[in-house]
Design a protein around this ligand. Structure first.
Ligand code: EPU
Length: 333
């Protein structure tokens, strides 16, 4: 059932009080197919947006198209060997419920990605990542419908995963709606404790301990959207050539980096923003989070334009001070 003039306040973690011209949920592939093939969808074929939990979105104003939201919520083991299981998960499942489910069964692979807000469908679009892991390392295939209701299965390779990137943000944008994601989890294996101080936070050596440590680290740095509107990292960490990094290190000896390949490194945007003096600062009703400069927050009643104005000031300062262009990770609509 299409709802008209629908409030999106409960559907975006930035807490923007905006409306969509139309909104619809579907609980199965059949429901989605009949919607896509219905007269209701015709005016919106070129003007729709699929959302998950709205945890990576910033609405600048009312949305004049149709919002689609999956409530396909099954989870089933579809294949199993001595080493691994393949779990097919509906696009509307809360990502962290899936992580909790896998950790309870002592399955390895998703634990470093604990407590990331959002839903399964978006995990496959956004290639969510944290604490040295990315969801593309687990994704076996992605099922979707095209706008005529035809099924298509994308293999992991076809999804062309990169840092917070996939084919669904480029060539396939607006062409497919994801229905299921199949993840491959291992029955045992080494824990991935390579990132930052994760190892020091560990109280034992199980996937459960990783989950606990990651949840504690996230809770200490990242604001709870229920209390303070935000969409996690607002910017991506920029990838720059090593020669540029070496020049910067001569001037700023403490500048951190993660290696990407022989030629490139990734610099934490949070560090760059903090060095520009923005950490904890406010502009109107928008602000930079006091514990993690990569996160912009809505202090209450901020408009999308206020957040965008804050972001533009930050981008300008980082560019002037470091000669690096940082770009949003959040989808600005
Ligand atoms: N840093 C600062 N000041 C800050 C924030 C960070 O100096 O205010 C520096 C510190 O040197 C710190 C380093 O940046 O050691 C890295 O910080 P952190 O571990 O918090 O990670 P991040 O690179 O800022 C990325 C992801 C996060 C993910 C964390 C943990 C992106 C855009 N963000 O942040 O993802 O949780 O790593 O793995 O890659 C998200 O995508 O919404 C998100 C929260």
């Amino acid at each position: 059932m299409l709802k008209r003039d629908y409030s999106l306040l409960g559907h975006n973690t930035f807490g923007m009080d905006v409306k969509a011209a139309a909104y619809v949920e579907y609980a199965s592939v059949e429901e989605l197919r009949s919607l896509l093939c219905s007269a209701d969808f015709v005016p919106y074929r070129e003007n729709f947006l699929v959302i998950g939990a709205g945890s990576n979105l910033l609405f600048k104003g009312d949305y004049d198209g149709l919002i689609l939201h999956s409530t396909i919520c099954e989870k089933a083991i579809v294949e199993e060997t001595d080493e691994a299981v393949w779990v097919r998960v509906g696009s509307g499942v809360c990502w962290d419920d899936f992580v909790a489910w896998s950790v309870e069964r002592d399955l390895h692979g998703a634990e470093n990605l604990s407590a990331i807000p959002g839903e399964v469908g978006a995990s496959a679009v956004q290639n969510i990542g944290a604490y040295g892991a990315e969801v593309c390392q687990l994704i076996e295939r992605v099922e979707a419908l095209d706008l005529d209701g035809q099924e298509r299965i994308f293999t992991n390779e076809e999804c062309r995963y990169g840092y917070r990137d996939s084919i669904f943000k480029h060539e396939m944008r607006g062409k497919y709606v994801i229905t299921y994601v199949t993840y491959r989890l291992k029955k045992q294996g080494e824990l991935n404790l390579s990132y930052g101080n994760l190892r020091e936070r560990m109280k034992g050596n199980s996937v459960r301990d990783v989950r606990e440590a990651v949840c504690a680290m996230r809770a200490s740095k990242l604001p709870d959207p229920a209390l303070l509107g935000n969409a996690g990292s607002f910017f991506k960490n920029p990838v720059i050539p090593r020669w540029q990094y070496d020049h910067l290190r001569d001037v700023y000896p403490s500048i951190p980096c993660y290696s990407v390949d022989d030629e490139q490194v990734k610099v934490p945007a949070g560090w760059l923003i903090e060095q520009c003096g923005w950490k904890g600062r406010t502009l109107g009703r928008a602000a930079v989070h006091e514990h993690q400069a990569l996160v912009l927050v809505n202090r209450g009643g901020a408009t999308g334009d206020e957040v965008v104005a804050l972001a533009a000031n930050i981008v300008g300062d980082v560019q002037r001070k470091f000669g690096i262009e940082i770009s949003p990770e959040v989808n600005i609509i």
